[in-house]
Ligand binder design. Structure first.
Ligand code: ADP
Length: 638
């Protein structure tokens, strides 16, 4: 067995790998960038090595620095986690060349599956069913457009080097093809440095089903059943479960056999996942499931497989990497119960899922289920990395119970001032269409309006917040002892016990429970806490609200920041979709920002008129730059 392990990753997966390695008596070594100097994975590991500045290209992606760190610390083996260098065959080879153990498949297997076009060609040769499409070397827009016409619309353009849901465009009509191709290639160039694309028939009613496989160096390959990852947003998984709802024995046997065949075709060693797409227009059927791609690493969603099989997949990885045979035979593997995972992202669904970065002043997760996280209260969500901050995993005897438990857990997530998608996850888990077990990959997009609709605080929550603010104000005994933030605020509580409040920039008139109610109100409501700034932070159903009394100036018309669109992170303006003075409706795209390698649409928060427009295409903007302001077309209802 290997005795020391260097983990080339960060966040939850680094912490998760360290945990198992430690339980196996293996010494753990973390690496970290400037941005992660105080991160959880650094604290968890036995030893940690600084490898460079914040940007991943200068730290977590610098192979030489990592191999040097392994040498300096006497690490025997390297675990890449997922993302970063995990599917980089050249890096895997250089690890082996340095005489270290690579916890992953052989470089040739990674290479064979690395580019989507080559992988598909190989699977066709191995007799694995693949989605119909175009894999040609001729990448001229004319040839691609004619191939798309031959396949028949809708088609999906995929960057051959793509991953993580990036570099994909669905195209419904020939007229949209050229623009979609250009945008896809632009994203592919900036994210993967490779503009080549393939085309696929876009499967209608698609469900994403994937199979966990495992191989050892003796040549044995087993599968560990399937996962359903159909709940996706922009091709990125949001909620995953195992087993797949509605999977009958025949379909399971077919898809799992195809997965093992695919893994055998590339002499697979270690943990891998074969992703399939199923045409579920008529339920799951064995003859309507096609190979999509193989991920030659551990997946984000591996815990649901661990839950239903009772296996620690990281332990298996470390055993296999040490040359041991697989601990179990295929006929010893069973599915027990139902497991679901929800990915908690630092992002705001109500603003088009913009990543939310900054300090986690308050971060509390429920404890009665499996949690994987790489951050803690006081930690920082940095713009350099993926905004996934935690995973919540439940395992119950049946699916309905699992859904219910996970929904409740998401509702109890408390995070501020960084926004999370916890409330969105809870709504998703409560959606009847999800409970039915037939949701396709279009489910989130189809229900986005209701799922991501800006949450409103409940009257009870506003009342508790109002009580807390009044109590704080009236117990102060004069302006000098007032919380700093309440000085210069107008506390407009009238004799009929109503108060004007502003919650997340929106004005409300709130009835107080008692005139001058005491601080007990905040104690009664554990979700409400008042800070020195005179703001109340209130949590409800996975949402967080920042509530305060209106500022004296312009209190009646709402705060001065109402309707202002700020750059949520540093980035480059790649499109401005409106002109100053334009009439816009809530949700309409105003500006597109490219940041964190993704395109983010900034949208109008309500119906109105574009009052100021300070964004220009090509402009580089800092976080917090004012890009536009929307003036409400009508005063909001009180
Ligand atoms: P990535 O490597 O970026 O994860 P995939 O090829 O695995 O890309 O596809 C990601 C998601 O895109 C799938 O889970 C599925 O939802 C959707 N998708 C991929 N191919 C198709 C297709 N041919 N038809 C419909 N949806 C597809």
């Amino acid at each position: 067995m290997i005795e020391s392990l260097l983990i080339v990753n960060r966040g939850e997966i680094a912490c998760r790998i360290i945990r198992t390695a430690r339980a196996m008596g293996i010494r753990t070594i973390a690496v970290y960038s400037d941005a992660d100097a105080t991160a959880l994975h650094v604290r968890d590991a036995d030893q940690a090595v600084h490898i460079g500045p914040g940007p991943a290209r200068q730290s977590y992606l610098v192979g030489e620095a990592i191999i040097a760190a392994a040498r300096d610390t006497g690490a025997q083996a390297i675990h890449p986690g997922y993302g970063f260098l995990s599917e980089n065959a050249d890096f895997a080879q250089s690890v082996l060349d340095a005489g270290l153990v690579w916890v992953g498949p052989r470089p040739d297997s990674i290479r064979a599956m690395g580019l989507k076009d080559a992988a598909k060609a190989r699977m066709i040769a191995a007799g694995v069913p693949v989605t119909p499409g175009y894999l040609g070397a001729d990448q001229s827009p004319e040839r691609l457009a004619s191939a798309a016409a031959d396949i028949g619309y809708p088609v999906l353009i995929k960057a051959v080097a793509g991953g993580g849901g990036k570099g994909m465009r669905r195209v419904d009509t020939p007229a949209e093809f050229a623009d979609a191709l250009a945008s896809c290639q632009r994203e592919a160039a900036s994210s993967f440095g490779n503009t080549a694309v393939l085309l696929e028939k876009y499967i209608l009613s698609p469900r994403h089903i994937e199979v966990q496989v495992f191989g050892d160096t003796q040549g044995t390959i087993v599968h560990l059943f399937e996962r359903d990852c159909s709940l996706q947003r922009r091709h990125q998984k949001v909620i995953e479960e195992a087993p797949a709802p509605g999977m009958d024995d025949a379909s399971r046997a077919a898809i799992c056999a195809a997965a093992v065949k695919a893994a055998k075709a590339v002499d697979y060693v270690g943990a891998g996942t074969i992703e399939f797409i199923a045409d579920a227009s008529d339920g799951l059927r064995a003859d309507r499931i096609w190979f999509m791609e193989m991920n030659t690493r551990l997946q984000v969603e591996h815990p649901v497989t661990e839950a239903i099989t009772g296996i620690d997949l990281v332990e298996w990885q470390l055993r296999v990497a040490s040359g041991e045979p697989l601990p179990m035979r295929q006929d010893e593997l069973r599915i027990t119960g139902w497991a679901i995972e929800a990915r908690l992202y630092a992002e705001n669904p109500a603003t088009g899922f913009l990543p939310s970065i900054g300090r986690l002043d308050h971060f509390a997760l429920p404890t009665e289920l499996r949690i994987e996280t790489g951050v803690a209260a006081g930690g920082e969500v940095s713009a350099f990395y993926d905004p996934m901050i935690a995973k919540l995993i439940v395992h119950r005897a049946d699916r309905a119970d699992a859904i219910d438990r996970l929904k409740q857990a998401c509702e109890r997530v408390e995070c501020a001032p960084v926004h999370t998608n916890a409330w969105f996850l809870a709504r998703l888990l409560a959606a009847p269409g999800y409970a039915a077990g037939t949701a396709t990959t279009a489910f989130i997009a189809d229900h986005l309006d209701t799922l991501a609709d800006d949450p409103e605080p409940s009257p009870a929550l506003l009342q508790a917040a109002g009580d807390a603010l009044v109590a704080r104000h009236s117990s102060g005994g004069g302006a000098s002892r007032m919380p700093a933030g309440l000085r210069g605020f107008r506390l407009n509580a009238d004799r009929v016990n109503r108060i004007e409040l502003v919650a997340d920039g929106k004005p409300y008139t709130v009835a107080l429970s008692q005139p001058g109610a005491g601080l007990y109100a905040s104690r009664d409501r554990p979700g409400v806490s008042i800070d020195e700034d005179g703001h109340v932070t209130a949590f409800e159903l996975g949402q967080s609200f920042s509530i305060r009394v209106p500022r004296v100036e312009g209190a009646a018309s709402g705060p001065a920041t109402d309707g202002v669109i700020l750059a949520p992170m540093p980035g480059r303006i790649i499109a401005v979709d409106v002109v100053a003075g334009a009439i816009v409706t809530k949700g309409q795209k105003i500006v597109t920002l490219e940041a964190m390698k993704m395109e983010h649409s900034l949208t109008a928060p309500f119906d109105g008129v574009v009052a100021d427009l300070a964004a220009a295409v090509g402009g580089q903007v800092a976080e917090g730059t004012r890009l536009a302001r929307i003036e409400r077309s009508e005063p909001p209802a009180a």
